[in-house]
Write a protein that binds this ligand. Structure first.
Ligand SMILES: [Fe+2]
Ligand SMILES: [Fe+2]
Length: 292
């Protein structure tokens, strides 16, 4: 099974906000967007991204959050159109990031508008959700909580952690892929950017025997490993899929090829190459060789 993993689209351009809409944390985010992200996003990069992913013929596409910026109403619709461009809802799964929950009520709105891409096989939109494809269980976890200005923290919470533990236990025959926006690792995101309850989440993933964890949030390519009873599970972070390289590493995404018989996993990273806006392979590794 081939998975394409992308994250942190921060889709633009932003709809023009009303003054009322800016009387919140959004005022900070809007200033930040105008200063940084507004320049880092380009339609041609997104077009190249969608075309390149399609050309790689993934069986499934995982989007690990931060689709939008400051959660203005128009941003949710634009993100739904982007998801539709990637593929049909049964082939595209997404989870929420901190920017998708930028202000109170945003996460609930996102869950409604993007529900087809965030629902379980039972058709219900509720985190964590699970979708079984072939012998792979794709599990979507939300870290999205509204936070004060200048905070980019996330939290999974006790209820979701308990449900996640149950899902991981019950699906033991499946190769279990967990999608989560914040890295469940204090060394990868700390302070005002941390997953507040990463220790608990990490324990659930370890004990429940997750086979692969996909995350975003850091806008950079990372590869770490998580100890589980089955061995070392890869934890993969990807750059922002829409960056032009001016503020963060150049846009990129990952292709993960899973052999469900041998349980071997190969990671290929594709990165945007300028000036012709083409994605090229920059590395391809057998993850078993890289585990400790
Ligand atoms: Fe982000
Ligand atoms: Fe984030």
């Amino acid at each position: 099974m081939r998975i394409a993993h992308l994250s942190d689209l921060h889709l633009g351009p932003l709809p023009r906000p009303t003054l009322g809409a800016l009387l919140s944390k959004r005022a900070f985010g809007y200033a930040n967007w105008v200063r940084n992200r507004g320049r880092a996003l380009s339609g041609s990069i997104l077009e190249a991204l969608v075309a390149d992913i399609a050309a790689q013929r993934p069986d499934h596409i995982c989007v690990t959050g931060d689709l939008i910026n400051i959660a203005l109403p128009g941003e949710f619709t634009a993100a739904a159109q982007f998801l539709a461009a990637l593929g049909p809802p049964d082939k595209v799964s997404c989870v929420l990031g901190n920017h998708d929950a930028y202000v109170p009520g945003a996460a609930a709105h996102a869950a409604e508008v993007w529900a087809p891409y965030m629902s379980g096989d039972d058709g219900r939109q509720r985190f964590p959700y699970v979708r079984r494809r072939d012998r792979v269980a794709l599990i979507g976890v939300s870290t999205a909580v509204a936070t004060p200005p200048l905070s980019a923290r996330g939290r999974v919470g006790a209820t979701q952690c308990e449900a996640l533990g149950n899902l991981l236990d019950r699906n033991d025959a499946y190769y279990k892929v967990v999608m989560i926006h914040h890295p469940p690792d204090g060394a990868l995101a700390s302070g005002h950017r941390a997953l507040a309850d990463y220790r608990r989440v990490r324990a659930v993933l370890s004990e429940g025997c997750a086979d692969l964890v996909l995350h975003g949030h850091n806008h950079t390519a990372t590869l770490t490993f998580l100890n589980t009873p089955r061995g070392e599970a890869p934890v993969i972070g990807v750059p922002s899929a829409s960056s032009d390289g001016s503020h963060h590493p150049m846009a990129g995404y990952a292709l993960i090829d899973i052999d469900t018989d041998s349980l071997t996993t190969n990671l290929t990273r594709r990165t945007l190459s300028m000036p012709d806006a083409r994605f090229v392979t920059v590395s391809s590794i057998d993850l078993a060789d890289h585990a400790r």
